[in-house]
Design a protein around this ligand. Structure first.
Ligand SMILES: *Cc1c(COP(=O)(O)O)cnc(C)c1O
Length: 381
């Protein structure tokens, strides 16, 4: 028996009774949106990460859009990101018409390679959006060094890495701005939600403006009377509700527990898989602690008789929700139509061909891990 009775997804939220109670309490309060819970949630995330400011958005993509606005990205600019990410890491700068430049990954960490990054910088480069793929922090010190040299804004896509740390510091405390997503599969959830953290007051003000229609109540405006406000730029309605923020506050109190559980499950995978040939288990940068959003193995086609597609399909048939993260972003028709050619990031493309994500989420049991490992061993034998 290698299959499971019940489907095991690759990721899933963990909602408990106290999460539900706090949501109900907020539903009964005077504020459903932009009330006290938003400010508390923002403060909680800022304190956790160790930064001055946090701004909550309706989702992580909206938050990245806001960060690109705050960074002043325009259609004259180039923005560098990794091809091994969710499309939003690139799309956020496309909303302003910027040219996206995909820079290849480090073959061990699967994150942006700081040396490659140097090579794709031009006089038009305005920002770099490194991604903490799988929850493993990118090499932010090296990236910040390059950014300082060329005067670039660094917007870290930490959708996978809330709770992870780099050289003893929480992710989010080093880049100019860092985005965290609170989608249900992410480290903790608000159903839909995103946050930008920053130490920069000017960015903070711009993020708040962008989130709510570009509307402000300046001191000048207040002289006009209490009703007066001004719309000073073209913003959006990207606000998070108080209901979501209440859920987020409750979930934040579980973040460390969830991360420890993810780490334990990942160690169990690595231990049980160490003597199995046919793939590589994830490499960890020595000075980082991953948030273990994903456990992604790299199949070695030379050692296997089955293709990745066959392994994927047989694992799914065994009720194990394996997945593939990610298809290189510039392979998508939208980016192909913009003129990106296959082959521009060979390491990333090679990575994609062998990538297979195994289920990993805090609510999983050790027995679930054993099921996955047994099924995998059986299928690739
Ligand atoms: C989830 C995710 C996003 C977008 O977050 P949403 O909250 O779903 O909009 C951006 N980048 C990466 C790498 C992600 O995984």
């Amino acid at each position: 028996m290698t299959g499971r009775e019940q489907f095991l997804p690759y990721g899933q939220q963990w909602i408990e009774e106290d999460d539900i109670a706090t949501v109900i309490e907020t539903l009964q309060s005077p504020y459903l949106t932009t009330g006290p819970k938003i400010a508390q949630f923002e403060q909680r995330v800022a304190d956790y990460v160790g930064v001055k400011y946090a701004v909550a958005f309706s989702n992580g993509t909206a938050a990245l859009h806001g960060a690109c606005y705050a960074a002043g990205i325009t259609e004259r600019d180039e923005v560098i990101t990794s091809p091994i990410t969710f499309a939003a890491s690139a799309n956020c700068a496309r909303y302003f018409g910027a040219k996206i430049v995909f820079s290849d990954i480090d073959e061990r960490t699967y994150n942006l390679d700081p040396e490659q990054l140097r090579r794709v910088i031009t006089p038009h480069t305005k920002a770099v959006i490194p991604v903490d793929f799988t929850g493993q922090p990118c090499d932010i010190d090296s990236i910040m060094e390059v950014a300082q040299q060329y005067n670039l804004v660094v917007i870290q896509d930490g959708a996978h890495s809330l709770g992870a740390s780099y050289k003893g510091k929480k992710v989010g405390s080093q880049a100019d701005m860092t985005m965290f997503s609170f989608h249900p599969v992410k480290p903790v959830t608000t159903a839909e939600g995103g946050v930008i953290v920053t130490n920069n007051q000017a960015y903070y003000e711009k993020l708040k403006l962008f989130r709510s229609h570009g509307i402000t109540t300046t001191s000048y405006a207040q002289e006009q009377g209490d009703w007066y406000y001004e719309m000073v730029d073209l913003g959006y309605n990207y606000r998070m509700t108080d209901i979501q923020a209440a859920l987020g506050l409750s979930q934040m109190s579980k973040l460390n527990r969830f991360i420890s559980r993810r780490q334990a499950l990942a160690s169990l995978y690595t231990k049980l898989l160490q003597d199995v040939t046919g793939f590589r288990t994830p490499y960890q940068l020595p000075e980082t602690e991953s948030g273990w959003h994903l456990y992604s193995i790299q199949l070695d086609q030379q050692q296997l008789t089955k293709s990745r597609k066959q392994v994927f399909e047989e694992m799914r048939a065994a009720n194990i929700g394996v997945h593939v993260h990610y298809i290189p972003v510039y392979w998508f028709p939208y980016y192909q139509q913009l003129g990106y050619e296959k082959g521009i990031c060979p390491v990333a493309e090679q990575w994609y061909e062998g990538a297979l994500t195994l289920p990993l989420f805090p609510k999983m049991t050790d027995e679930d891990v054993v099921d996955v490992v047994n099924a995998l061993k059986h299928i690739i034998r």
